[in-house]
Write a new protein. Sequence first.
Length: 333
Amino acid sequence: MYAHSIKLINFRNHVNFEAEFNRINYIIGHNGSGKTSVLEAIYTAINGKSFRHQKLKKLAKIGTVNTYVNMLLDKANVKHNISLVINNKPAFYIDKKKLKSIKENIFSFPVFVYSPENEGLLSKNQYYRRQFIDRLSFYLNKLHFDNLKNYNKLFKLKSSVLMGYRIDNNYLNTINEMICKYSVLIADTRKKIIEKLNESVMNLINNGYYNKNIKINYIKNIFDTKILEKELLKKTVLTGIHKDKMSILFDDTYDESLISFGQKKFVAILYLYAASLIVAEIINDDIMIILDDFENGLDEDVLFTFRDLFSSNQLIITGVENKFFDNANIIRI
């Protein structure tokens, strides 16, 4: 996949913005100029969600009626127009046809992001770590999002039943059986993609890209029927895959607090790169990589390492000043 251009109208602080892309692109501007907003527009138009965890209506410039994002992309030498329109209700289009589901966009036009607002597997919030794994899991199993959707519906239904005055135990047992079914499917796919990630990162370590042994430790929270009595007593759901945890083990020890900001950022981007390798192999296509505030906190040798690792990807980077990408297409905001 390759992005050729983007146009924004009333998106965040951009009234009317246009840019053309090359393979390596560096967006430069002062703080608050809207650099990250351009990256957010790219990601959102393709994935249907903001990596900054904002509701879509919040992306519209305050006081405006029509918000519009249009991108020209290339897939297998065929050009496509991808659009996001935010009026009363957000809508997504490909080649002027309204999409019923964003899933095909996600699969066909893969784009991965690192941002201080979304650190992937090193995010403080476990929800965002699960989100990183689940998005990657979708490329391994296209039913994964459907399984998550069904699980979440059942979770809400169970929560509602537990809050009720009179509980139908037979009905609750039926819900629990369905929750167990989807929990196993989701956990199995997560486990498989985490194994692939750990294998890919270990290969990078063996090739000298990092001096510590690191791996993802996956702690499943499969539904436990033994906790049912406690759930009935407390009238709330206490267990399930929505509480799964992912942590990074450094030399078989879990203590992420001991690593520096630069090391944490390096590991987060290293896993992002490993994820891009896995997806590229699955779909047999190149992956667009978005790196927000990329140079901040990383040593010069690390920056050169990532420049080499991402040499086959289309890169869209933000920063205050470009120091390491001599052939970059400079986009000033």
